[in-house]
Design a protein around this ligand. Structure first.
Ligand code: 13P
Length: 287
């Protein structure tokens, strides 16, 4: 019970043929809702801070919050820094107790992406912290990173093999047709590409970003083909937290008591996470 590395959960997921759900959190209630669902479903779970969330919630506060929530719910929790473009910030995450980090230099040239990723792997390895990196560009807007439609670039399997071998990363984020944020049209995942990458890298967990709005059958097919971590953020941020707060603060039931709204957020986030855990096949796989 407590904070565990992502690598630990990924290795179990590869063996078990399921995916570990990875949820972004933007507030304390949001994080508690994630932990509640994981505890009820006995599922492994990855809680992902963002660069802007890290600044708002505080560098030490985020870690203490995650440790406390894991202890309160008696669960193993991976505390992951998502899409970090700032290597100094990543180092501070590692120093402060994060168990997993993502370096995102995917918008840079291939060689620079390799170079940045190697620097992070070298630093994280000293502390046993897991490293994820992205190759190709997942479209849409994530935190302050925007990739317009013209810049979306799918992950090339041969480059992926070279990237993983050269950098020594633990998990590879792939661009295979998903985008961050709400979809303008039905997502179209490139399943053969997932299989091709997985064939070359059978022991490297593949990460699917942009989970909000992806049909559940597409999740299942991606998992069947080697995806072992699926990221969901916007659904929790907008429907789980924001909409629930707006409705909650305007509801007579709240009686001007913010704790009532906190409970509503926790329950709404937990119900969204539970549904996603069912699709991941990770229920009962904790421990
Ligand atoms: P969504 O916000 O589209 O669910 O994507 C989340 C994500 O991929 C975080 O890295």
């Amino acid at each position: 019970m407590g904070l565990v590395t992502m690598k630990y959960e990924m290795m179990k997921a590869i063996k078990g043929g399921y995916a570990v759900p990875a949820f972004n959190f933007f507030s304390y209630d949001n994080l508690v809702g994630i932990a509640k669902a994981a505890a009820e479903k006995k599922s492994p779970v990855i809680a992902m801070a963002t660069m802007s969330g890290f600044k708002v919630m505080g560098e030490h506060g985020v870690v203490k919050m995650a440790e406390g929530v894991a202890a309160d719910y008696g669960i193993n929790l991976v505390l992951h820094m998502d899409h970090c473009t700032d290597i100094d910030m990543i180092k501070r995450c590692v120093d402060n107790g994060f168990t997993s980090v993502m370096i995102d230099s995917s918008k840079k040239e291939y060689n620079e992406n390799v170079e940045d990723t190697c620097r992070v792997v070298e630093y994280a390895a000293k502390y046993g912290v897991t490293v994820e990196s992205e190759l190709g560009h997942v479209g849409g807007k994530e935190d302050d990173i925007v990739v317009d439609d013209m810049s979306v670039l799918f992950t090339d399997p041969e480059y992926a093999l070279d990237f993983v071998k050269t950098t020594g990363i633990d998990c590879l984020a792939v661009a295979v047709g998903t985008v961050h944020g709400f979809y303008k049209a039905k997502p179209k995942l490139d399943f053969p590409r997932i299989s091709a990458i997985n064939k070359l890298l059978p022991n490297t967990p593949l990460v699917l970003h942009g989970g909000t709005g992806v049909p559940y059958d597409d999740f299942r097919e991606a998992i069947r083909r080697g995806v072992r971590k699926i990221n969901v953020g916007t659904e929790l941020k907008v429907h789980g937290v924001f909409d629930t707060c707006v409705a909650g603060f305007n509801s007579p039931d709240a009686k001007q008591d913010p704790r009532a709204v906190s409970k509503m957020v926790i329950n709404k986030v937990a119900s969204i996470c539970s549904e996603i855990i069912d699709v991941m096949g990770s229920e009962g796989k904790a421990g």
